[in-house]
Design a protein around this ligand. Structure first.
Ligand code: SF4
Length: 364
């Protein structure tokens, strides 16, 4: 249902570059293309766009929602008046999104006082509204009812999405994998780059891969010589199994990118530290970060929690990251020194036993 009714024959949809864009855009790209619907993307997040979004909502709304509102305004300013605002309630049975993502169309309807048509399909696996229903709702809004056409568009969507996943699992960055998948190429990285220290970042894709929100956290860390892992590098099964291995359950829809990824790298001892990046005022994140902090402490794994909102200054952010990386480097050096000393001592001890043996044999 839309706020007003625009010409349904105009097959064009505006997709805000926020929230579900960061998880699902490869699918949306393949799906809409196969249905013959043109996509208009909002521009990348800027301070101006955040300010425009912030002015429309109450101040304690989390940053990603302010950003989403800003992207809707950006699309309207570009002259695109059919906008995709999905209501993703649950992604599996009783695996829920937060209330703001569940009620995203309601938020947009109530805060943007301009005429436009909203495409607002619902996905709610807890209530048996599955992915195919979600896709049908979208197609029907454009007067497309042919089931076989919708089915093949879904297949096209998954094809683009699967190639994106394959590339991210092999180590390509979000941006590289996204660009390649929508251009129809598949490139995989076969050699893993070894760096002095490594970290896993637990964060929602819409916080981490939006370079304005994360203040280019990944690039900053890589410049400091840190190997960075994210939820994109781990399979869904590994994330779910790792959550269970910590005796926890998956409750939140985006949990695999947070507790799943952190748990996997921590349990497999693959990183030297954990960085949690979350939006100030986010309820689900505060629970997930606490959960991982508890397990990290038990395993003596260093962890830092960075929160961000529209006022977060880059200088303070960088200082905290630098201090954390510096601590990881010193800690690792110390651990390697201790290991060398132990190996050296073990060598001396071995030599001492051997010498005594030689002595007693020669005395016979
Ligand atoms: S999960 Fe947190 S950051 Fe994301 S929309 Fe909900 S409250 Fe905001």
């Amino acid at each position: 249902m839309g706020i007003n009714t625009e010409n349904k024959n105009l097959k064009r949809i505006g997709i805000p570059r926020a929230i579900s864009y960061y998880n699902n855009y490869p699918f949306y790209f393949g799906f809409f293309k196969a249905l013959g619907i043109d996509i208009v993307l909002s521009d990348k997040t800027t301070t101006k766009l955040i300010n425009q979004g912030s002015q429309c909502v109450v101040s304690d709304t989390c940053l990603p929602i302010k950003v989403f509102v800003g992207h809707v305004i950006n699309l309207l300013d570009k002259g695109c008046d059919t906008i995709f605002v999905p209501a993703i309630q649950s992604s599996a049975y009783k695996v829920n999104n937060c209330s703001k993502i569940r009620g995203l169309p309601e938020i947009i309807r109530n805060v943007i006082n301009r005429p436009f048509r909203m495409i607002e399909p619902t996905l709610d696996k807890t209530e048996n509204i599955g992915f195919k229903d979600f896709c049908k709702q979208i197609a029907n809004e454009f007067d497309i009812y042919d089931e076989s056409k919708i089915d093949s568009a879904i297949v096209e969507g998954w094809a683009v999405y699967n190639s994106f996943v394959k590339m991210t699992k092999s180590g390509l960055s979000f941006e590289e994998a996204l660009n390649c998948s929508i251009e129809g190429h598949v490139i995989t990285k076969n050699v893993e780059v070894v760096k002095p220290v490594s970290v896993v970042i637990m964060a929602h894709g819409y916080n981490l891969f939006d370079e304005r929100i994360s203040m280019r956290l990944i690039k900053k860390l890589e410049k400091m010589g840190v190997k960075v892992y994210t939820g994109l590098n781990v399979t869904r099964e590994d994330c779910v199994n790792s959550i269970h291995a910590l005796d926890e359950i998956q409750y939140w829809a985006n949990e695999l990118d947070l507790t799943g990824a952190a748990a996997y790298y921590m349990l497999h001892n693959k990183v030297d530290g954990i960085i949690a990046l979350s939006a100030f005022g986010c309820g689900p994140d505060s629970l997930m970060v606490d959960e991982i902090q508890y397990h990290a402490q038990k395993r003596n794994m260093p962890m830092i929690h960075l929160t961000t909102d529209e006022h977060t200054g880059e200088a303070g952010f960088v200082t905290r990251i630098e201090a954390f990386v510096d601590m990881l480097v010193r800690r690792k050096r110390k651990m390697l020194e201790n290991r060398n000393i132990l190996q050296l001592n073990a060598g001396v001890q071995k030599n001492k036993v051997r010498d005594e043996k030689i002595l007693t044999t020669s005395q016979r």
